[in-house]
Design a protein around this ligand. Sequence first.
Ligand code: NOJ
Length: 682
Amino acid sequence: MKKLLILTLAAGAALTSCVNPNQQFANEVKSPNGKISFICEFTSDGLFYNVQDEGDGIVYNSRLGFVLADNDTVAYFDRIKEVHSSHDETWETAWGESREVRDNYNQMIVEMRQKGGDGLLVNLEVRVFDDGFAYRYVFPSQGDSLVIMDELTEFKLDWPAEAWAMNNHDVYYEDYYRRKAIEELDTVHTPVTVEAIWHDHVPHANVPDVKIKAPSDKYLAIHEANLTDYPKMQLIGTDSVTMKVRLVPWSDGVAAYVVTPFATPWRTMIIGDTPGDLVTSYMMLNLNEPCAIEDASWCKPMKYIGVWWEMHLGNGTWYASPTHGANTAHVKEYIDFAAEHGIPGVLVEGWNVGWEGDWPKNDHFDFTKPYPDFDIKEITDYAAEKGVTLIGHHETAAWTKNYENQLDTAFKFYTDHGVHNVKTGYVNLLMDGKEDHSSQYGVRHYRKVIETAAANHVNIDNHEPVMPTGLQRTWPNLMTQEGVRGQEHCAWDPDGGNPPEHTVLMPFTRGLAGPMDYTFGTFNYDNPVYPFARVRTTLAKELALYVIIYSPMQMASDTPANYAAHPDAFQFIKDVPVDWEKTLVPDAVIGDYVVTVRQDRNSSDWYLGAATDEDARELDVKLDFLEPDAEYTAQIYADAPDADWEKNPTAYTVSEQTVKSTDTLPLKLAAGGGTAIRFIKK
Ligand code: NOJ
């Protein structure tokens, strides 16, 4: 019924609005496997698109277009030309969750001219993959700069559903994801994850009196790819099925200043049958440009410890004081521990002048001036002798002009001392007292830092970022980012710390945007300075998170003394890789539990992480991901029978057994608990 309606509309539109009578317009492009179709409709009300999955409606009559300055609406178009092509290529990631990524899509480019206004030329580029679709607007060169005030772009579903999303109140993306009806999404950041769980035929959300065959369970993730010189996309739920794009504006209200030729970021939707399908989609990476660094062998994944957690717990200061964390002797203790346990990196924060008083107000952080008790030469020489590298820190307090003025010298200062990894930070609600982190202003700044860092062979771990969109394919020195309510909230947040469900939600929400510097690894749950807060997991779950939450830079955030108290559990942190051959998510219910398995990129070992929310649960995991006909030693780090995140978090067991691919392994997860397993091929 619905298909018929679309075809009729499309045929009518083709007759009335085609400018070239000789050009045939298919208006449609399908995925390589033929299942997903993206259909354009040119109507007297404007330009719309529909998306179907095996004939089932996914997106219905969703508007496309823009509003430019002076209320110039770019929504009505004459078609000039439609060009179809296909692409199928497999490329190798510099590092990541999968060594090989297949980029396979069919593309349709519709060249259009705005009806009325200035007759703007706009191309709609659409790519349809087997796991979703993406489109972007491309403005061919036409001499002028454009002032974009708003996008008319919509994602309007065929059926009411609920979505996991984070509202846009927190500029750092450090809020919780909540599941809400679409009309309750009152301006949310993407990724937005839609869960459509169906039981029967449902009334069509948009066409009165029509019942549609509801799709089987669907998981959709709406986000964007390749955000390079444009504001971040947010979504506003305007009714039970419609999400309209909002662009984060500059302080003057303009969304984007654009010089043609120009391409917007891709607007993307992953379409999956299971939550795991969202995690193992690499569409976002495929929509970014190939690696721009000729030899990226210096962009190396690594684990690190740091003079960090103790400060968040209130046991030391960033500024110079009798309890200053970044003092030479103390940093050397961390270096000793890292060297002893084969951890390559040591992060040190609070080493440079600028942390005095209410430091986010300080627009004069100095990135080449260490505090007197931090002898950078002595420290870096000592680290080099021990085969350890320092991870530098640039807290800018979001005074980006101050940072940009020092950028080259700041990186050079570090690289002269052999430091090639820098954590950056932007703690302040506005950049330079004025602009939003997620505005075009912010996006341009972050991009400048990544490219300048690349020129200096520096890898970046960016805190308080704009939400990632896959740029690490092009710039693999952008190793990891925050933009997540990380473990630090468990140290001091008045709300008591991230609840147990938080980390089993992350892979299906924020995690879809790229690596997260979440910084787990807690082995000691005491918090004397801020007793109202704590890490709400079991110790075994902390281990499982190294497999579940992906980052090529993973911190073991607790202190050396706390790790020394549990050497058998620390062994897992020492063993677990940070670079993967392959990733699978065999079982998950978003926000309840997750089982993730990954194969090491540098050996035949597999690793498993399973974690649950506040409910204890038993899971059976099929080991069919293991190589057939091979035997593996499974080293199992599990919750002890009496473990419980609240009452007994440090009760765990370590055991070994022989397994093979035909086995099913029963797992028992405590409340707030987890299991971590290393499978070593015999
Ligand atoms: C917030 C960052 O997320 C945290 O990791 C860092 O320690 C502080 N800012 C200070 O820069």
